[in-house]
Ligand binder design. Structure first.
Ligand code: F6P
Length: 342
């Protein structure tokens, strides 16, 4: 059996741990051969491959990024994209594909599976917004990085008695903002799922100053003010049609400063949240996803995605997992109201 592996979309810590466990189990238990497609769907469309075997995956478990490279290439938007992928798979005599990606990469996988391509998906993303799974790998590392940043920002905010706004990633979902904001003891947390009222944010900020502490405001990059437009630095879009975000943190700090007449600064964490070594939990989850992806291929259970439900790894149809983005429920967000402005 020959199995192709690719990693698509924004990278995240733990991708190499999946690649390693897929190759180790496939090669050691079933004597499968592997081929790596370079830069996600781009490698499959343009026939760019790298050899993938057990020696190639030695030592990569703690390594951030992906040894296969990644891109946001969308083959469904390219002329004959699907046919070109099928030609590449045939040329390399690939019997099955393991696709490691987020909602965009997995939506392409779902479409390809519908046309008969034998593949299994593995959900990755720091955003934790893939449907059908409790968690994606990469999320825990990103939350850890953001939480450490918030811890550090508390002390400098206190020294200067100023507001510090922390912009974290998450364009459609506020999982990173909510988890890191709660873990870091933020005084305001703003998520894309719930439009915010700038007046209310400023009253929380004022309140925090009144009790003699400096406010920390955590805002997801996709959070939007009430009756407002998304605040973006530019309007360019990627191949999946997503606007490139960043700007809400700066905008909010300026608003807070002018309305409260107290100093405010912004820290945009950006790609720091995606880089570097995966947490122990992400290595654990990524490794388990990889092992179970091999089981799914072995069972011929194609068109499915590995998923975490509780502590079990299960399989869900890709079509179901990619139907909708997993968003923060409003009642979960509301649980933390008590900490806002205090
Ligand atoms: O999809 C993961 C993610 O990190 C999002 O949180 C963020 O909005 C986006 O990728 C940034 O993408 P890029 O690195 O392509 O600018």
């Amino acid at each position: 059996m020959r199995v192709g592996v690719l990693t698509g979309g924004g990278d995240c810590p733990g991708l190499n741990a999946v690649i390693r466990s897929v190759v180790r189990k496939g090669a050691q238990e079933y004597a499968w051969k592997f081929v790596g497609f370079v830069d996600g769907w781009s490698g499959a469309v343009n026939d760019v491959t790298v050899p993938l075997d057990v020696p190639a995956v030695r030592g990569i478990l703690p390594l951030g990024g992906t040894i296969l490279g990644s891109s946001r290439t969308n083959p469904l938007r390219l002329d004959n994209g699907v046919e070109r992928i099928k030609d590449t798979l045939a040329a390399h005599r690939v019997d099955a594909l393991v696709v490691i990606g987020g909602e965009d990469t997995l939506s392409v996988a779902a479409a390809l599976a519908d046309t008969g391509v034998a593949l299994v998906g593995v959900p990755k993303t720091i955003d934790n917004d893939v449907g059908g799974t409790d968690y994606t790998f990469g999320f825990d590392t990103a939350v850890g990085i953001a939480t450490e940043a918030i811890d550090r920002l508390h002390t400098t905010a206190e020294s200067h008695k100023r507001t510090l706004v922390v912009e974290v990633m998450g364009r459609h979902s506020g999982w990173i903002a909510l988890h890191s904001g709660v873990a870091g003891g933020a005084n305001v947390i703003l998520v894309p799922e719930v439009e915010f009222d700038v007046d209310r944010v400023c009253s929380w900020v004022e309140n925090r100053f009144e009790i003699n502490y400096a406010p920390i405001v955590v805002v997801a990059e996709g959070a939007v003010p009430k009756a407002g437009q998304m605040v973006v630095k530019d309007e360019s879009r990627d191949a999946f049609g997503h606007v490139r975000l960043s700007g809400i943190g700066d905008w909010l700090a300026r608003e807070i400063e002018s309305r409260t007449e107290k100093d405010a600064r912004t820290t945009v964490l950006g790609h720091i949240q995606r880089g570097g070594t995966p947490s122990a939990y992400d290595r654990w989850l990524a490794t388990r996803f990889g092992l179970h992806a091999v089981d799914a291929v072995k069972d011929g259970d194609f068109g499915t995605m590995t998923a975490l439900r509780g502590t079990d790894i299960t399989r869900v149809p890709l079509a179901e997992a990619t139907k909708a983005t997993k968003r923060v429920p409003e009642d979960l967000y509301a649980e933390f109201d008590v900490f806002f402005g205090t």
